[in-house]
Design a protein around this ligand. Sequence first.
Ligand SMILES: [Zn+2]
Length: 287
Amino acid sequence: MWQSRKVLPEILIGVYVFCFGLVIGSFLNVCILRIPEHKSIVAPPSACPKCSVRIRPYDNIPVVSWLILGGKCRSCKAKISPMYPLVELLTGLLFLACYFAFGLTAEALKWAVFSALMIVLVFTDLRERILPDVVNYSGFVLALLFSFFTLPADGTAGWILRKAFAFSPPIPAQSLFDALLGAAVGSGLLWLVSEAYFRLRGREGMGLGDVKMMLMAGAFLGAKRTLLTILAGSVLGSILGIAFILVRRKQSDYELPFGTFLGMAAVLVMFFGTPLVNWYQSLLMIR
Ligand SMILES: [Zn+2]
């Protein structure tokens, strides 16, 4: 029975973290809708896009209100997109996963913020093929700030710095260098690919948005997991892209939301990337 004393607070904190995630998810919906249109994310309060009636607080409870109202506006009965409860639920679950994976730590906060940024980009790219600069750049700055309070993202910086200085530089310096390396690898690789595509095909295949997105994601993930994200995102995009074209029979020039695939890959890599990177390194016998 003594164990229940330890488990109960953990469950309570978990419930609290999940609910906090739902509320943040509700805010992310506002960001997904308004940032691409250059509207304020603070004011005015949410209203029905069809009849413009303000959404009352009791109709604005994450997930629950959508279910109670059957996915319809209370006054005009217009359909409300299932994207809203989906984004809220997704944010709640990812926040909960961050808590279980990293505990109540600065790491958990860093990855929760990263999840929120990825959710916004996944959906703005899916809806409108837009990866807003303001999300990418503020995320990049946040990643650099977090690097001072968290462990180095992947140790590549430490390895290089030890070679260069013959001593181990302080952890925050290693951490910041790891973030900058990840950003350089992520944005550099995607820029090269987009430049090569442009030279070969004579038209733009990938926007600069993807390059800036990986500048930001790279700063969170570090160099190795950034490479893994780009690889996984490309595989995911190829599989889902081909499936989509087969099902919908759209033309092959249909623009795929590459940022959406990168964002999905980045979240997977954030939880499962490290063991994979370690396994790959053990294959190559790199220590
Ligand atoms: Zn309405």
